[in-house]
Ligand binder design. Sequence first.
Ligand SMILES: Cc1cc2nc3c(=O)[nH]c(=O)nc-3n(C[C@H](O)[C@H](O)[C@H](O)COP(=O)(O)OP(=O)(O)OC[C@H]3O[C@@H](n4cnc5c(N)ncnc54)[C@H](O)[C@@H]3O)c2cc1C
Length: 393
Amino acid sequence: MIIKKRYDLVVVGAGPAGSSAAKRAAEAGFDVLLIEKRQEIGDPVRCAEGAGKRGIKRHIKPDPRWIAAEVRGSRVFAPDGTRLEISEEGSGVEVGYVLERKIFDRVLAEEAADAGADVMVKTLATGLIREDGRVAGILGRSLGRAVEVRAGLVVGADGVESMVGRWAGIETTLAPGDIETCAQFLLKGVEVDDYCEFYLSNRLAPGGYVWVFPKGDGMANVGIGVLGSRSESGMPIELLTRFVNKNFPSARVVEVVVGGVPVCGPIKRTIADGLMLVGDAARQSDPVTGGGILNALDAGVIAGDVAAESLEKGDVSREALKEYEERWREKIGASLARSLVVKERLVQLSDKDLNTLAHSIKDKDIARMGLFDLLSLLFKTNPRLLWSLRKLF
Ligand SMILES: Cc1cc2nc3c(=O)[nH]c(=O)nc-3n(C[C@H](O)[C@H](O)[C@H](O)COP(=O)(O)OP(=O)(O)OC[C@H]3O[C@@H](n4cnc5c(N)ncnc54)[C@H](O)[C@@H]3O)c2cc1C
């Protein structure tokens, strides 16, 4: 396939955000190019692959090809082992399906292609073309050759390590405390049931948590997130190895993942003249859980719609693209803002505090509660400990 010299829209990065934006704009009849630097979309996986069923079904018909397991809910363990069990509906954005993202991401990109988008793998954006003060295309390398592609509009969906925003003059810098540094093993030979498990403890995972997500067939994603400001080189792998050796001594590691998740809440400005940022590139992942798949899909659809409308009107100015900012903030902005307040308190809690919180609700009927109701109950039972959350209720 040959990349054309000009498209209506160029989308950089074929993760959930990029593919959903590309699909939407292509469905509206625009000429779209979706580029991915890796040679295989979705591989290597940098994700625990958990996503709520309702959120996924909003975007795509469930398909056994990319559903590794379905779970019934989550268990949260306090540092002293106190266990809280929450139903699937109450568990939030990461619990419901455990996906096979190598296939899921590929299928999303195929859907964009079916809608008419050109999809190019092994194609790396290396810079932006600017004309008349606006972003007007990308510079890059495709299958080893230099390319220059002009575009009416560019979407930066290039994930946590995003450069597109920075090239466009948008402040995207992440401080160490803005990111969870993660490591994950795909384990074979584990005995787990159909619950996602979360282990909270500053000893196990400073400022983060350990997760065990079942993938069926004796397999599970077992991973750790450590707050960047409390992490040292090699620490996530070291702590994860310790946890796995203790809890799954006979398991085999068949895949290792390392990566980062933004937990700082979205950047202030996600648009520039001729450009929108979406998904992890815009830091739209949940600050408490680090879950970003569903928000990336939601914001991707909005970016694709706004791209189509702006191209139709012939106005891709920053002013016109404010429509994107407004719509994605209306959809996910409030929950991201709430999560950020909660995360900022959570990372300050000692293991003793976490135990106190768990004890205060362990005999209450919390199984069917949503995250907000659970927080509200925790606040009511521990007002002094959680005073900084009062503005949420
Ligand atoms: C260890 C770990 C566990 C996680 N677990 C979960 C979970 O269980 N549930 C959940 O919801 N979220 C989870 N997340 C977060 C989730 O993976 C992301 O939020 C989600 O993938 C964001 O989607 P995206 O499309 O914005 O970015 P990505 O999925 O990161 O896609 C960005 C794409 O852009 C490509 N790219 C980057 N730069 C360029 C370039 N210059 N040119 C071309 N292509 C480029 C990349 O190769 C990549 O394919 C986890 C993250 C990590 C690291």
